[in-house]
Design a binder for this molecule. Structure first.
Ligand SMILES: Nc1ncnc2c1ncn2[C@@H]1O[C@H](COP(=O)(O)OP(=O)(O)OP(=O)(O)O)[C@@H](O)[C@H]1O
Length: 261
C-alpha cells in the first residue's frame, strides 16, 4: 500500500520561505485528506512542494509507490485550456506525458472509462477552448486521472462546479481512492464538503500547519474563530455529518470592518 508522510516540509518562492515545518502523520492509500485554510495560507505551495515543483527544506517520505515520485500527480488550481485540442486529445496527451508516444487499446479504454465515470463522454470531441469553466475543470480532473496517480494532489478541484457535480466528483474521487488504494489530498475551501468527504484534514495558516486530525476533530468553533475569523457552530445533520453554521465575522474583525466603514 502506498503511504506518504511529510517531515518538516517547507517551500521557497524565489528567496522567500513561504511555507515551513509541515510534519504530518502517515497518510495511506485509500484515504482522502482535505487541506484547508484561508486564502494565501500556503495550500497550493504545499502541493507544489510535494510534487517537486518547488524547492525547500524537509522531506516527502513516500513508501510503496510502484512508480516512485512519478506516482505523485498534481492537478493545479488554474485549469489551462489548450484551445486547439479536443477533450479526448488533451486527456490522451496528459496520459502520454513523459512516456513513449504510442497509443495502445488499453490507453483508449482507460480514457473512455474516465470520460464515462466523470459523465463527460459527450464532450470528447469538443475543443477544450470552447468549454465552460466547470466543464474545463472536469476535463482537468480527467487529465490528472489519466496519469494513473498513486498520490493525487488536487488543488480546489470543485471550485467551478455546480452543487450536483461537486458532490458527484467528490463521491467519485473517494470511491476511486478506496478502490485503487490512491492517497488523495484535496485543497478545498468548502468546509462542509471537507466534513462530508474527507477521512483526515490538515489546516494550513500563514505558511504553517496549525492542525491535523479527522475533520470533526479539526473543524471546530475555535479553529473557525482563530484561523477563519468567523463566529460559527458545528451542527450535525440527521445523517450525523457536521455542518458549519456561520453566525458572522469574529468580534475583532467586525470592529476592524466597522472602523473601515
Ligand atoms: N509564484 C509565486 N511567487 C511568489 N510568491 C508566491 C507565488 N505563488 C504564491 N506565492 C505566495 O505564497 C503564499 C501562499 O500562496 P498559495 O498560493 O500557496 O496560497 P493558497 O493557500 O493556495 O491560497 P488560495 O486559497 O488563495 O488559493 C502567498 O503569500 C502568495 O502570495
Amino acid at each position: 500500500m502506498v503511504t506518504i508522510r511529510l517531515d518538516g516540509l517547507g517551500a521557497f518562492h524565489g528567496a522567500r520561505l513561504v511555507l515551513s515545518d509541515v510534519s504530518t502523520p502517515i497518510f495511506r492509500g485509500g484515504e482522502v485528506v482535505a487541506v484547508i485554510g484561508p486564502n494565501a495560507a500556503g495550500k497550493s505551495t504545499l502541493f507544489k512542494r510535494i510534487a517537486g515543483l518547488l524547492k525547500g527544506p524537509g522531506r516527502v517520505c513516500l513508501e510503496g509507490a510502484a512508480k516512485g515520485p512519478d506516482g505523485i500527480c498534481y492537478m493545479p488550481q488554474d485549469t489551462a485550456a489548450d484551445a486547439v485540442l479536443t477533450v479526448y486529445e488533451s486527456i490522451l496527451l496528459a496520459r502520454k506525458q513523459g512516456s513513449a508516444w504510442s497509443v495502445s487499446d488499453g490507453d483508449l479504454a482507460l480514457i473512455d472509462g474516465i470520460l464515462a465515470a466523470l459523465s463527460i463522454s459527450d464532450l470528447a470531441f469538443r475543443n477544450v477552448g470552447e468549454l465552460s469553466g466547470g466543464q474545463r475543470q472536469v476535463v482537468s480532473i480527467a487529465q490528472t486521472l489519466a496519469r494513473e496517480p498513486e498520490i493525487l494532489l488536487m488543488d480546489e478541484p470543485t471550485s467551478a462546479l455546480d452543487l450536483h457535480r461537486q458532490v458527484a466528483v467528490l463521491t467519485f474521487m473517494r470511491g476511486l481512492a478506496r478502490k485503487h488504494g490512491i492517497a488523495v489530498l484535496i485543497a478545498i475551501h468548502d468546509l462542509n464538503q471537507a466534513l462530508r468527504f474527507a477521512d483526515k484534514c490538515i489546516v494550513i495558516a500563514e505558511g504553517r500547519m496549525v492542525a491535523c486530525g479527522t475533520p470533526e476533530e479539526v473543524v471546530t468553533p475555535a479553529l473557525l474563530r482563530d484561523v477563519y475569523r468567523v463566529e460559527a457552530r458545528i451542527e450535525r445533520c440527521s445523517r450525523s455529518i457536521g455542518h458549519v453554521m456561520v453566525d458572522g465575522v469574529a468580534a475583532e474583525t467586525a470592529a476592524t470592518a466597522s472602523i473601515a466603514a
